[in-house]
Design a protein around this ligand. Structure first.
Ligand code: EPZ
Length: 418
């Protein structure tokens, strides 16, 4: 298992190009199952999660070719409608194949995802949505067995705004007869990107990006070439890392409009943030960051995926802040590890209370998920002394070439295999 040895006390400076969005690329890969030709996806990040999704699609019978940010998926010979536990347990987003398989083949056998470091992450809304469309759902031996002779468009209201359920139901509804509406739909940019790709494939979808989406079923979708949007969470992570290390970095090729809340919160912290076209510059060289509370919310609110990195930034202020998690109330596995750096954090229910102490000291720590891992790397960069960050396979799931990107900005990170 690989670890990072990180020399602390660095400041990030320079220019960095944004990668494509993992959480947009994964459903886009699943959407390729809706057609029987070759789908070409561009701007796909080189990540373990992308390779895992490729394995899921290959099990189903698709040919998947990955090279230099381009993924080609030939789904004309798919003949096995199953996503096995061995892959779904590694990556919950594998569950995205459920909707396309039902839409195209009228059946699917997809493993239930099981436990997760973020706390409970049910898939009940995905399943209720499929049932509403006329799909018979049975849970047997840890698998969802789905069968649909005929699916009919229906009104579906999600009890909770869910990115995954919105995408999965949207893809299934493409194969239903008549109109489906999704209310309380997720508005995240990744949902909009998926809807735009489906529209390019010939789907009839309106309202993506709002809480009300309408999908008119279509008999046949065609393969497309699609460029995945830039990764707003990767971008946000590097912006926060720059503020935490008191550096100055320009991120290029990103979508500032997808990061408005994060940009505004960074402004509240007191660092200079400038947006120009597709670039964002953060300059924190002359400023001790100020304490700023955040509450995670669905888009366009502050993203849960940046809650852990933000916690580190708050540890480096001179004040007190409260960070409240409303999407995954138990998503605080980074806190125990941050205490090892000398952070002062108390947890109460779904909030943490951070007393900024301006400095952290290097420590050995362990990643528990992708974003908690990113937080530990930021803490290690800002800390005094050396750190060892273990289990960086979590980072390899979600951050393309993370140590290369950070080292190009002046970080000193060495990967070691043990
Ligand atoms: C997506 O997960 C992202 N993953 C997550 O990013 C992200 O944290 C999350 O959205 C929230 O923004 C991908 O896009 C692959 P949800 P998803 O369904 O779709 C509840 C990362 O690090 N819920 O929007 O699984 C759920 O428990 C990852 O890149 C139900 O109750 O999240 C949560 O409280 C981690 N029943 C809320 O909805 C359901 O059937 C939002 O979850 C589904 C969800």
């Amino acid at each position: 298992m690989d670890s990072f040895i990180i020399e602390g006390g660095c400041s990030l400076n320079g220019t960095l190009a944004c990668s494509g969005a993992k959480n947009a690329a994964l459903p886009a890969m699943a959407a390729a199952l809706l057609t029987d030709g070759v789908t070409t996806l561009k701007n796909v990040p080189d990540l373990q999660d992308i390779r895992t999704m490729a394995m899921v699609l290959r099990v189903i019978g698709a040919d998947v070719h990955i090279e230099d940010g381009t993924v080609k998926i030939d789904s004309s010979h798919c003949n096995f409608w199953e996503a096995p536990y061995e892959l779904v347990r590694k990556m919950r987003a594998s569950f995205y194949v459920l909707g396309p398989l039902i839409a195209r083949f009228g059946q699917a056998r997809v493993s239930l995802p099981g436990g997760c470091a973020l706390g409970p992450r049910p898939v009940d809304l995905h399943l209720k949505g499929m049932e509403r469309l006329g799909c018979d759902i049975q849970i047997e031996n840890g698998y969802v067995n789905a069968k649909a002779k005929k699916m009919t468009g229906r009104k579906i209201r999600l009890d909770v705004s869910s990115v995954g359920a919105t995408g999965n139901i949207m893809m299934a509804a493409c194969g239903a007869k008549g109109k489906t509406t999704i209310d309380n739909a997720a508005c995240e940019p990744e949902v909009v990107d998926l809807a735009d790709m489906l529209i390019a494939m010939g789907a009839d979808i309106e309202g993506a990006g709002t809480t009300h989406i309408e999908i008119a079923g279509t008999s046949k979708l065609k393969p497309v070439r699609w460029k995945v949007i830039p990764d707003r969470i990767e971008a946000g992570t590097y912006l926060i890392a720059t503020a935490a290390t008191r550096g100055s970095v320009t991120l290029t090729g990103c979508r500032p409009d997808h990061l408005q809340t994060v940009i505004s919160k960074l402004g509240d912290v007191g660092v200079d943030v400038a947006v120009e076209g597709k670039s964002i510059t953060v300059n924190a060289q002359h400023k001790i960051p100020e304490a700023v509370d955040v509450t995670t919310e669905v888009y366009p609110g502050f993203p849960t995926d940046l809650q852990a990195p933000w916690t580190v930034l708050m540890c480096l202020t001179e004040g007190d802040s409260i960070i409240t998690e409303t999407i995954y109330p138990e998503r605080f596995t980074h806190v125990q590890e941050l205490l090892r750096f000398g952070a002062k954090i108390r947890k109460k229910l779904n909030s943490i209370y951070v007393s900024g102490s301006k400095r952290l000291s290097g420590a050995s720590v362990m990643c528990s998920d992708i974003r908690a891992g990113a937080a530990l790397v930021i803490a290690a960069l800002a800390a005094k002394g050396n750190s060892k960050v273990l289990r960086v396979y979590h980072l390899d799931r979600g951050y393309e070439k993370i140590e290369k990107k950070l080292n190009a900005l002046g970080a000193k990170i060495r990967r070691v295999s043990e």
